[in-house]
Each structure stands twice: as C-alpha cells, then as structure tokens.
Design a protein around this ligand. Structure first.
Ligand code: HEC
Length: 136
C-alpha cells in the first residue's frame, strides 16, 4: 500500500511541476496573453481623464465604460453627447470591433468625437483586455 502512496505522491509532483512550468512560460512571453495591469495603467494615462470606469461618478467628457464589451456603440444612457456618426455606426463592442476602433477611431467611424488612438498592437490588446474586465 505504501508503494502506491509513494507513486501517487511522485505522480502528483510531476503533474504539478508541469502545470507550474506552463504557467510561468505563459507569463514570460508577452506576445501571448494580454497584460491587464499594463492595460489599466495605459488607460489611466490616456483615457481616464474622459472616461469613468465606475458605475457612478468620475469624468463625463466621454461615455462611462462600465459594461462596454457586449453593448451597442453609443448606447450608454447617461451620456448625452454622442456624435451622430457613432450613433449611426450600428456597432456592438467586442474585442474585435474595439481593436479596429481604437487603432484609429476616425477611420472606422468618420465623424466620431472620440479623439484618442492606440497604434501599438500589444498596448491596444492590453487596454482592451482591461476594458473587458469592467463588468456591470
Ligand atoms: C478627450 C476625451 C477622451 C479621451 C482622452 C478618450 N476618449 Fe473615448 N470617447 C470620448 C468621447 C467624447 C466619445 C464619444 C464619441 C462619439 O460619440 O463619437 C468616446 C467614445 C469612446 C468609446 C465608445 C463608447 C460607447 O459607448 O460607444 C470607446 C470604446 C472609447 N471612447 C474608448 C477610449 C479609450 C480606450 C481611450 C484611451 C485610449 C479613450 N477613449 C480616450 C472622449 C475621450
């Protein structure tokens, strides 16, 4: 019986070390998974002056971004200053549409009042990953 026990312990240890190695690899390769903390820091610098990320309060220059992913463009009920262009865009915000919008909002939605763009692919992915955490 104790032999089985030892076998079990060894097997568990091997399995665990495999899992841990995989996790640390993923953390090491920046191109693989978005860095939410970097996204948040970037957002605070580039976007936070205009957009609130809390349910109430915060700046109102731009629409509140809580619950952004999954909602229709220009549909935040408390924001009264949406451009006709964004209202007519018929977009729904997803990782894909945000990626196309944020690389150059004026190119995707000509006439939008959203002034900020994020050219760097990795930084944009990080910011979008952060935006996706802003659930209602
Ligand atoms: C100077 C103020 C300002 C800054 C800075 C700013 N935005 Fe905006 N943003 C706006 C305004 C105004 C709109 C509404 C645009 C429209 O109606 O055409 C908007 C719209 C948006 C929308 C669409 C929201 C919706 O409800 O449909 C997203 C997403 C967005 N901004 C993300 C960002 C991100 C990410 C950043 C930082 C990289 C950023 N914004 C920086 C003012 C700003």
């Amino acid at each position: 019986m104790s032999n089985y026990c030892r076998l079990f312990v060894v097997a568990t240890a091997i399995l665990l070390s495999m899992i841990l190695t995989r996790t640390s690899h993923a953390a090491d390769s920046p191109s693989d998974s978005p860095d939410i903390e970097h996204g948040k820091a970037t957002f605070n610098t580039m976007c936070g002056v205009c957009h609130s990320v809390q349910k109430t309060g915060g700046p109102g220059e731009g629409p509140n971004l809580v619950g952004l992913v999954g909602r229709k463009a220009a549909s935040q009920p408390d924001f009264a200053k949406y451009s006709p262009a964004l209202k007519a865009s018929n977009l729904t915000w997803s990782v894909e549409t945000l990626d196309r919008f944020l690389v150059n909002p004026m190119a995707m939605v000509p006439g939008t009042l959203m002034p900020m763009l994020i050219r760097d692919d990795k930084t944009r992915a990080d910011v979008i990953a952060y935006l996706a955490t802003l659930k209602e």
